[in-house]
Design a protein around this ligand. Structure first.
Ligand code: PGA
Length: 253
């Protein structure tokens, strides 16, 4: 049997995947009320965050110490641009969960000095990290956060050159200005999180799921492959992104 900290699970559909993901986050919060949640944005975690918002209406005290860290951002967009990760995190997480600014850290999307902004985030993580539970999606190009495929990976927070695939992300379709670069945590920041929760939904991600589970080879051309280095990864897929053959080959855990 292959030894791996990666636990894949297929849920029947997007709703079921989101319910399971929300339950995992709630469980982590019950175990550690001041959890530092690494928050991915994009379409995949949206329903999960809505379910957390419903939980917060029922039991606001569960979220009273929660801390949120926005793992990436589109550089060059205004903070309130509807396509920015900032606008998403504020609307989907901070407001509904009642997370106050002192319990939140996020990238400035328009820094005067991007390397200095990376240093600020690095310092913040050194003081307040590590991330307790990092919610991640996988890009159609295999990226994690905005760690893009390439010849090399950077360990810490960095400015990323965006691939055409990332620039075609639906989040940017309605933005007022074009993204110029990515601002993202590095692979070390992801891998030092206590737990990773990777969410994958939709047929367009089926190739990435197959690649992740059938070719567990680390490659900077496929940043998501690096989750194999982590000892506690739950990957939740909905049926349309999963290929049963891939899963039946994976040892049960
Ligand atoms: P998505 O984005 O959830 O909108 O598919 C994921 C990503 O590109 O990282």
């Amino acid at each position: 049997m292959r030894r791996s900290g990666l636990h894949p699970s297929i849920e029947s559909d997007y709703e079921a995947m989101s319910r399971r993901a929300a339950e995992v986050i709630l469980q982590s919060l019950r175990e550690a009320p001041n959890l530092l949640l690494g928050a991915a944005t994009g379409s995949t975690p949206t329903r999960t965050y809505e379910l957390l918002a419903e939980a917060a209406r029922r039991e606001p005290e569960t979220f009273s110490q929660l801390r949120v860290f926005k793992i990436d951002e589109w550089g060059g967009l205004a903070r309130d641009d509807p396509g920015s990760c900032e606008a998403y995190v504020r609307e989907k997480l901070l407001r509904p969960l009642g997370v106050t600014d002192d319990r939140y850290c996020g990238w400035n999307s328009r820094p005067d000095d991007p390397p200095a902004e990376c240093a600020r985030i690095e310092q913040w993580l050194a003081e307040h990290g590590p991330i307790g539970l990092c919610v991640l999606g996988i890009g159609v190009n295999g990226h994690l956060a905005l760690i893009e495929p390439g010849e090399a990976l950077q360990s810490g927070p960095h400015v990323a050159a965006l691939t055409p695939t990332a620039l075609a992300h639906p989040m940017l379709a309605g933005s007022r200005t074009a993204a110029k670069f990515g601002l993202t945590v590095g692979m070390r920041d992801i891998l030092t999180s206590r737990k990773l929760l990777v969410l994958v939904s939709g047929e367009r991600k089926a190739g990435q799921v197959r690649r992740l589970l059938q070719d567990p080879v680390l490659s900077t051309a496929f940043p998501a492959s690096f989750v194999h280095l982590h000892s506690d990864v739950l990957i939740l897929c909905d049926a349309s992104s999963a290929n049963w053959h891939t899963f039946t080959q994976w040892p049960s855990t």
